[in-house]
Write a protein that binds this ligand. Structure first.
Ligand SMILES: Cc1cc2nc3c(=O)[nH]c(=O)nc-3n(C[C@H](O)[C@H](O)[C@H](O)COP(=O)(O)OP(=O)(O)OC[C@H]3O[C@@H](n4cnc5c(N)ncnc54)[C@H](O)[C@@H]3O)c2cc1C
Length: 381
């Protein structure tokens, strides 16, 4: 039986462990740095059909309908006027049991970890990787060393394991945007509760969507903001009241009051990947954000984490020669381009250009060929 060590109990690490857990050929262990698994209670996640299809393979379709939601459309609004620009019917990509889904992040994490029991070892922060011998040796800050045949790196955008493998050469970079999150208690009046509402403003966009049938809502905003290198490295800055106040002052006037009223507001910098890391050792693989992280403006991070985990599982579990790295990198390049393009288009500030953007947007969301190209190619697994 081959031993697989998975570093990180996030969405990608937990999902791949679910796929391997009944395998007779592999013994799996997840090593997580925290003492408990962070489920980020209250915050939401959007899952497009590509990941819902893969999640259904481990029973996601049996999750109670009270715990998730299937929005019908994405409603685009202009922040200045609160007028609806247009809507995109996302049910076009749904089938009877595979539907675009929104839910609490904690619901997804609890679903993914529920059958893993003591496969998950918490309090294991990776500190060293030695892949020079036949067996890979991994050491942790708690002075424990383990050996494995395969190492799956799933420790997120700030991947320490990737740093160790690349000798500190591959690092994420600050995307010049801050994410603002919080809990909403009621829907703004002009918003349809069955849909995802996307508000576009100069250098700022925000998204509101239902998390379940009980009326819980998610709020996430992305704001353009430069940070000095010192600020980027100072994580405590983001919880300082003076910093939060300074950022809230920069929120567009039209929604300043609304954002200031949101509960449990959290602000954090968005980091993304700059390049791919091809690891020479064929028994060490990256998945999820550790493989590549892109801006959140295409809502594909979790879906791609799940897809990458599934593709790696298939490539390790079949005799067929599947080039996991090449296939994955090609798909992620397409998503990275779309995420960056969305961010650019969402944040336009020149009124004339915004006028033309809105005209294009109205046409494109109803153009089947375009949707098949822009979304369909990504939503296909
Ligand atoms: C603002 C924002 C909004 C987003 N919204 C969406 C959305 O709507 N839809 C969507 O699909 N995606 C979204 N994403 C992206 C999504 O959250 C991520 O892509 C996804 O969580 C990545 O999963 P992961 O398993 O790769 O990494 P993570 O979820 O980051 O998990 C990594 C795990 O590794 C552990 N770890 C870290 N370092 C070590 C170490 N040294 N040793 C051991 N363990 C370690 C961590 O504690 C953690 O448990 C959003 C991202 C942002 C920033």
């Amino acid at each position: 039986m081959k031993k697989i060590a998975i570093i990180g109990a996030g969405i990608s690490g937990l999902y791949i462990a679910n796929l391997f857990k009944n395998s007779l050929n592999y013994e799996i262990t997840i090593y997580e740095k925290n003492d408990t698994i962070n489920s980020e209670d209250g915050y939401g996640i959007q899952l497009s059909v590509n990941s819902v299809k893969l999640l259904n393979k481990i029973g996601f379709n049996k999750l109670s309908d009270n715990e998730k939601f299937n929005p019908e459309k994405i409603d685009f609004f202009s922040m200045n006027s609160s007028n609806k620009i247009c809507d995109l019917d996302i049910t076009n990509f749904n089938t009877a049991d595979i539907k675009y889904t929104t839910l609490k992040r904690s619901t997804l994490i609890n679903f993914l970890k529920k059958d893993l029991g003591d496969i998950i070892k918490t309090g294991f922060k990776i500190s060293k990787i030695n892949d020079k011998e036949k067996q890979i040796k991994i050491s942790f800050e708690n002075n424990v060393t383990k050996e494995c045949d395969y190492l799956i790196i799933a420790d997120g955008v700030f991947s320490k394991s990737k740093n160790l493998i690349s000798n500190n050469k591959v690092k994420p970079k600050y995307n010049d945007t801050l994410a603002i999150r919080g809990k909403l208690t009621k829907f703004p009046e002009n918003v349809n509760k069955k849909n995802v509402a996307l508000f576009l403003g100069p250098n700022f966009h925000h998204v509101i969507y239902p998390l379940n049938s009980n009326g819980d809502l998610n709020f996430i905003a992305i704001m353009k903001h430069s940070l000095s290198l010192e600020e980027q490295g100072n994580y405590s800055l983001f919880s300082e009241n003076s910093f939060i106040k300074r950022i809230l002052e920069k929120v567009p006037q039209e929604i300043k009051e609304f954002v200031t009223g949101i509960k449990e507001l959290k602000i954090f910098p968005v980091f993304v990947s700059d390049e791919f890391l091809k690891i020479k050792n064929n028994n060490i693989h990256l998945i999820g954000d550790a493989f590549f992280a892109f801006p959140p403006s295409f809502a594909q991070g979790a879906s791609q984490s799940i897809e990458s985990a599934y593709e790696l599982f298939m490539s390790l579990n079949t005799d067929k020669e599947i080039n996991f790295f090449k296939k994955r990198a090609n798909k992620l390049k397409m998503i990275n381009f779309r995420s960056k393009f969305n961010l650019f288009a969402f944040h336009l500030s020149n009124p004339l250009i915004i006028f033309f953007r809105n005209i294009f947007l109205k046409r494109l969301v109803k153009n089947k060929k375009f949707l098949e190209y822009y979304l369909g190619r990504i939503y296909k697994t």
